[in-house]
Design a protein around this ligand. Structure first.
Ligand code: NAD
Ligand code: UD1
Length: 337
């Protein structure tokens, strides 16, 4: 029996592959490499010392997916595959709806046709929208999303809930990630964006000399230092959360939602300072206008994952910075270094 990992060559997927292999799961990976390459999977093999099959396959390709399901005994799917750039999603909404929502529908159809009804899905804290107050808790009504990327996450959550409502044999776990950062301790795998949209990759590219300074988006938020506060979570803790989620999903049916966050908030300037202290490298910055759609605060109530999954994030902000820096230093141009 194997777990199929869609988007497994990507940032969170590759770290999750390492932890699943280490927990003794057999895995099969598919990816269309639109935002990755198979070098990350070769490095997963190196870190874990284990073999597994991987395929270049788009989740919208039902025939290709069906072949993989027929070839392997797939018990459950961890579904990471998707486009994730917020700004790009505003320019190309159709592409995002087609890839993320169309892709999920094709995948779920092939799963059902092959009698595989267990899925762990990568959702996002973005579904809490602008209306809810921190700390975000799973029982809150989802909010209004501010961009097509966020809307795809909200729609997919609703589609998966409807699928369970119509067929109670499904087991669905919706994981709402907060802000994943960091890298594997080996420095072999990490996040490799060609252009960094998120804070930590930007900080590390400034530190390594690829960019001159960080633009801090606004310092007039109602937060202690005026900059936005987020719940940064080490990607290895996040990956371990997926192992717990799959352990949970396999023997059951139903739909469960879990926040994967630390429950702690760090401001933009707080993260800059932590990075400088952890690495000894200065990160010059300038305060600029706030970014449209940003909220002052986002952090999780992380109690449910602890109570039900027995999972808690263990790695602190210093560790997140150290591990990001090791990866960035060793691979200044990502997997092309
Ligand atoms: P990533 O881009 O590194 O990984 C996604 C992978 O999916 C990539 O390897 C990409 O090539 C692949 N992919 C995209 N479309 C595909 C398709 N149609 N068929 C097959 N493969 C496809 O991103 P990530 O940071 O690892 O994110 C993984 C998942 O977690 C995504 O669904 C993302 O939206 C979600 N998420 C990420 C964050 C974050 O901050 N990184 C936060 C919340 C949710
Ligand atoms: C963003 C997305 C969110 C997505 C998440 C993970 C927006 C509005 N939200 O969340 O939907 O799920 O990424 O992919 O884009 N910052 C700077 N300078 C920078 C970059 C960021 O000051 O160059 C600040 C931001 O204003 C924010 C904080 O750093 O206060 C974190 O930003 P980011 O890493 O982009 O994550 P989110 O905005 O939380």
């Amino acid at each position: 029996m194997s777990i199929l990992i869609t988007g497994g060559a990507g940032y969170i997927g590759s770290h999750t592959c390492v932890e699943l292999l280490s927990a003794g799961y057999d895995i099969v990976v598919i990816d269309n490499y639109s935002n990755s390459c198979n070098e990350s999977l070769e490095r997963v093999k190196k870190i874990s010392g284990k073999e597994f099959s991987y395929y270049e396959c788009d989740i919208r390709n039902k025939e290709g997916l069906d072949k993989i399901f027929k070839e392997h005994n797939i018990e459950a799917v961890i579904h990471f595959a998707g486009l994730k750039a917020v700004g790009e999603s505003c320019q190309k909404p159709l592409e995002y709806y087609d890839n993320n929502i169309g892709g999920t529908i094709a995948l779920v159809e092939v799963m059902r046709n092959n009698g595989c009804k267990k899925m762990v899905f990568s959702s996002s804290a973005t579904v809490y929208g602008e209306e809810n107050q921190v700390p975000f808790i799973e029982t809150m009504k989802t909010g209004t999303t501010t961009n097509p990327y966020g809307t795809t996450k909200l729609y997919i959550e609703n589609i998966l809930k409807d699928i369970y409502a119509a067929d109670n044999e499904w087991s669905i776990v919706l994981l709402r990630y907060f802000n994943p950062v960091g890298a594997h301790i080996s420095g072999l795998i990490g996040e490799a964006p060609s252009f960094p949209n998120n804070l930590m990759p930007y900080i590390s590219q400034v530190a390594v000399g690829k960019r001159e300074f960080l633009s801090v988006f606004g310092n007039n938020y109602p937060t202690p230092d005026g900059t936005g506060v987020r719940d940064y979570i080490h990607v290895v803790d996040l990956a371990l959360g997926h192992v717990k989620a799959i352990d949970f999903a396999l023997p059951r049916t139903g739909v469960e939602i879990f926040n994967l966050g630390t429950g702690n908030g760090t401001s933009v300037l707080g993260l800059v300072k932590a990075f400088e202290e952890a690495t000894g490298v200065p990160v010059p910055y300038k305060i600029v206008e706030p970014r449209a759609g940003d909220v002052a605060y986002s952090y999780a109530n992380a109690q449910k994952a602890l109570d039900i999954l027995g999972w808690k994030a263990e790695r602190d902000v210093t560790k997140m910075c150290e591990d990001t820096w090791r990866w960035q230093k060793n691979n200044p141009n990502g997997y092309n270094s």
